[in-house]
Every structure is written in C-alpha cells, then in structure tokens.
Design a protein around this ligand. Structure first.
Ligand SMILES: Cc1cc2nc3c(=O)[nH]c(=O)nc-3n(C[C@H](O)[C@H](O)[C@H](O)COP(=O)(O)OP(=O)(O)OC[C@H]3O[C@@H](n4cnc5c(N)ncnc54)[C@H](O)[C@@H]3O)c2cc1C
Length: 450
C-alpha cells in the first residue's frame, strides 16, 4: 500500500474517491475526515439509506425520511470531503479515472462500495413482475401497492378478483422476507380488522416461499424454528422446499406446476454485487462480487479497493467463501481500510482484515424476534427489545433516531401503523383486473353502517 501524494486544490494529499455512501462508504468518508487526504464521495442518490429498516417503510411503520440521511448534511462539517451526486458507469484504471453520468473524476485511491442489487438468478419473467426491496423508492412502491390493493378490494365484486388482490406472496425467507411477512400479518390483524370493517380480513393471505427446508437458513436451527413458529402464530403461510419457476402479472407458477393467483409478488430471495465495467480481471462471475485480498484491494488493480456487499474476501477457514452481505461486514471493512490508509500515510504496513461476527437478528411482528449473539440464541420480547435498541443506535443522524423512537412508541402503544398514505400511486401494467377498470366498473355495494 504505497500511494503517491499528488496535487489537489493546491495541497499535496492523495485523492480518495469513494463510490457509494452506504454503510461501508460512509464509514470511510467519516474516518478520513480531517486527515491528510482529499476525499470525494460519489453516489447516485443524494442520501444514505438504512436498509435494515426498509421493510418498515414498505409496511407504513416509518416514514422514508426516518431512515434516510442527506449526504450533504454528513459532509457539511468535514472540510476535506466533497460530494457529487453521480452514477458511476465505468472505471478506467490505466488513467486512474472514474467515468460517471456527470463527467470524469480522477483518483489516487479508489474505494468501491456500491452495495448489491436484487438477484433474480436469470429469471426474466420474475424480474418483470416481482417487486423488490433494495431502495426507498421500492419500499414506497410496496407501501402504495398494498394500500391500493386494500382499497381496490373494497370495491371488487368477484371473489376470485378479491382473493387475488389480497394474496401477498413473498419469495425468500431470509431476514427481509421474514420481517416483511411478519409486518404484513400484523397489518391484517390490526389495521384491516379495524379500519376496513366491511372486508373479511381472513381473505388476506400472506404466503412466504423458500426453496430451503427452513426459514432464516443462516441462523441456528433453534432460531429458525422459533421464527417459523412466530410466523405461523401470525397466520403467515410458510411454504418451504418450494421453488418459484415463473410469473405473470396475475399469478406465479411454482416448480411443481402449482399456480398461485396474486397481484403482488415481492422478491427477497437473493442479491448480487453492483459491478461497474472496467475492472474485469477482479470479477468473480459466480459470486458476482470483486475478489479482494485481506486489505480489500482488488486482485490486479493496485490502489483500488472494494468493500461491503461487492467484496469477496476469503478469510481462512472462518470465511472460505467470503463474508455474508450484511451491514456489520461493510462497516468493519470501512473502518479497517481507514486504519490501513492512515498506517500507509505514516509509512507502516497494512494489516489484514478479520471479521468480528457480532451476531444476527430478525424481527417477526410485534413483540417477537430472534437474536443470535455470543453463540447463544434468544427469542420473544427480550430479543424484540434488543432488536429495536440495536437498530436505533445504528441509525445515521440524531433526528432520525428520535423520529424512529417516537414512531415506534406511537405505533406500539396505539396498535396503529400511522403512515398509511398513498402519496405516489404505484402503477403496474397488465394486472388481470386493471386498476382503472376495477375502480370505474360497477362497485360492490356499501353495506349499511352500524
Ligand atoms: C431490506 C434489507 C434489509 C437488510 N437488513 C439487514 C440487517 O438487518 N442487518 C444487516 O447487517 N444487514 C442487513 N441488510 C444488508 C445490508 O443493508 C447491506 O449488507 C449493506 O447495506 C451493505 O453495505 P454497502 O456499503 O456494501 O452497500 P450499500 O449500503 O447498499 O450502499 C451502496 C451505495 O452505493 C450507491 N450506488 C450503487 N450503485 C452506484 C453507482 N453506479 N454509482 C454511484 N453510486 C452507486 C447506492 O446508492 C448506495 O448508497 C439488509 C438489506 C436489505 C436490502
């Protein structure tokens, strides 16, 4: 690790370009603040997104602004850090330049922390019909979609249309799928029962599908069993050892030929790294991540580092196939890279990264969660409280922490998801009963009010 100092704004500090202000990128930017580096953060969004709480935005428990934080507010007080809203399209390593939609930027050190995107494993049909949960706009789409389906169900006459409209299928029983299913089930037993009184809430189905033989397959068997029990207590229909083969706007087809009629499929069954052209020698095709050494440097590209979800680092016997794509890995790798860059600027050798696994957690509705920490597995209310504490502490921004706490206090005391607003309607082409036709046609009669 030997980075030549170059001219930049009259100062001879190395230019560090950080691409992606997620967990890893933000850690690097903050760590290099007020240090002898000129840092430029590039992100296609103008805000950091706290992805672990996206499902709460999707299910109307939190507003989008509670889990997002503008980069300009982060970098405002950091004199050696600049931000440009830019989508990186290519890296030209021979010229030490990144090409973006708003121009080219030179670097001495390049830190790639672009995260991951939904992996449909090549199934184009599913990619076209399924909703995703990787960004705030996708979370808002899901929120609008299920609220629109509820409103539509109130005016439908045909039972088949009604059932399809209220059948929510989630594919992938990892933490995202499990948390989403639990939250929708809570909505059925609270909001739907109280506020859509003319509707039979039992018509709403939440189906959670996974090709594995247990939910939360990366957790211990005990936690998986607890999570399954919690889901079943909430009325989620869990279908394990089940593969989804294809889909159309009004149904999905399982590998055994079974057809599930539904307007809403949410895909939470896999992610793949966001790779940009130009660094092909380091791409691991199978994992769809960049192969890096123990200092996160890309194989064959000195001065280029990849962190977090896009980095594939073999760590001896502990992580022979790379680390899990979770926030704690991204944060720790970001911190470690900062320490190594500072060591290098003092003429010291870089140290290899070692991941400290702090555990895993997933929440399943109100008062239920599974937590694995220190080799032990916890469940129930204790785990739920722990889950809330950890997530509030990790949020970026004091205001966001307060907002989330207030929202949760209100929600859990009042039993209401408050942010059920269709502000930006979700428009999907090709549903069996198109939205306008259903709403313009002859509506189901309104029963007499009590
Ligand atoms: C719904 C959901 C729930 C999750 N829950 C948990 C959890 O409970 N616990 C946990 O540990 N992990 C969880 N994760 C995983 C965790 O969020 C990721 O592992 C983590 O965000 C990875 O950090 P990162 O810095 O690598 O990338 P990210 O945080 O994804 O950041 C990537 C950044 O790069 C930017 N970007 C992407 N492409 C470009 C481009 N071409 N040009 C410029 N900028 C670009 C993006 O806008 C983004 O800001 C969850 C993920 C999701 C989606």
């Amino acid at each position: 690790m030997n980075h030549a100092k170059q001219h930049y704004d009259g100062l001879t500090y190395p230019k560090v370009v950080v691409v992606g202000g997620g967990f890893a990128g933000l850690e690097v930017v903050r760590g290099l603040a007020n240090k002898p580096f000129k840092v430029l953060l590039l992100d296609k969004q103008n805000h950091h997104c706290f992805q672990p709480l996206l499902y709460q935005v999707a299910t109307a428990s939190l507003g989008a602004d509670s889990i997002a934080h503008p980069f300009r507010r982060t970098i405002g007080p950091l004199p050696n850090v600049a931000f440009r809203m830019a989508e990186v399209q290519e890296v030209l390593p021979e010229r030490r330049v990144v090409r973006t939609n708003v121009g080219e930027f030179e670097y001495d050190i390049l830190v790639l922390a672009l995260g991951s995107t939904t992996n449909f494993f090549g199934n184009q049909q599913l990619a076209e019909v399924a909703m995703q949960l990787k960004s705030i706009s996708q979370a808002l789409d899901i929120r609008s979609d299920f609220l629109q389906e509820f409103e539509r169900a109130m005016v439908l006459r045909e039972e088949n249309d009604l059932r399809r409209c209220l059948n929510f299928v989630i594919v992938g029983a990892g933490p995202t799928g499990v948390e989403l299913a639990g939250a929708l089930a809570e909505i059925r037993r609270t909001v739907l029962k109280r506020e859509y009184r003319e509707m039979d809430s039992e018509l709403m189905r939440i189906v959670l599908i996974d090709s594995n033989d247990r939910v939360l397959k990366n957790f211990s068997e005990k936690s998986s069993a607890n999570a399954l029990r919690y889901l079943q207590e909430l009325g989620v229909e869990v279908q394990l050892n089940t593969r989804v083969a294809g889909g159309d706007p009004d149904h999905i087809t399982l590998a055994d030929g079974t057809v599930l009629e539904t307007n809403t499929v949410i895909w939470a069954a896999g992610v793949k790294g966001v790779l940009v052209p130009g660094l092909d020698k380091a791409v691991n095709e199978r994992a769809h991540r960049y192969t890096v050494d123990r200092t996160n440097q890309l194989q064959g590209y000195p001065g280029v580092y990849a962190l977090g979800d896009i980095a594939l680092m073999e760590e001896g016997d502990a992580w022979p196939k790379g680390h899990p794509q979770v926030a704690t890995v991204a944060i720790q790798q970001g911190r470690h890279l900062v320490a190594n860059l500072l060591r290098s600027s003092n003429g010291q050798a870089a140290r290899p990264f070692t991941y400290l696994d702090k555990g895993s957690m997933a929440v399943i509705g109100r008062g239920r969660a599974v937590v694995e920490m220190g080799g032990r597995s916890y469940g129930g209310v204790f785990a739920w409280l722990l889950w809330m504490l950890v997530h509030v502490v990790q949020l970026v921004g004091f205001r966001n922490r307060i907002m989330v706490l207030v929202n949760w206090a209100w929600k859990y005391l009042s039993w209401k998801n408050t942010i059920r607003l269709i502000i930006r309607p979700y428009v999907r082409e090709g549903t069996a009963v198109s939205r306008p036709a259903a709403l313009e046609g002859e509506a189901a009669p309104v029963p007499h009010q009590a």
